[in-house]
Design a protein. Structure first.
Length: 113
């Protein structure tokens, strides 16, 4: 489910060093080139009430992809938290590095989107 080839949606809350800019929406939707060589699949970025915080949904999971995508548009990631994988919202009470067992019915929902 985390492999870039699986195309399962992964949603993140991203805190940025500088305020998000309007052009990010089209740039991410078109698919960004990162590190001047690697093309990312289109991603969905949603702006929040706080200009330094965005929601970002990817369908792949390349190495440090979120950080590299933000650098491609001239910004830096201050903090990053995955909040959803496929149809499963992640438990807010889990500490970093903790995990829980995935229920059988949740496995099906991973690939529903």
């Amino acid at each position: 489910m985390l492999s870039p080839k699986s195309h399962v949606e992964k949603e993140y809350i991203v805190t940025l060093e500088k305020p998000a800019e309007e052009f990010y929406e089209k740039a991410f939707a078109a698919g960004l080139e990162i590190d001047n060589k690697e093309l990312c699949l289109p991603a969905k970025i949603l702006f929040t009430e706080t200009p330094y915080v965005v929601s970002l949904t990817l369908t792949e999971g390349k190495y440090h992809q979120v950080k590299r995508m933000m650098e491609a548009v001239g910004n830096k990631v201050v903090s990053l938290k995955r909040i959803r994988i496929g149809g499963i919202a992640l438990d807010e009470n889990l500490a970093p590095g903790e995990c829980r067992e995935v229920l059988h019915k949740e496995i099906t929902s991973l690939y529903a989107n």
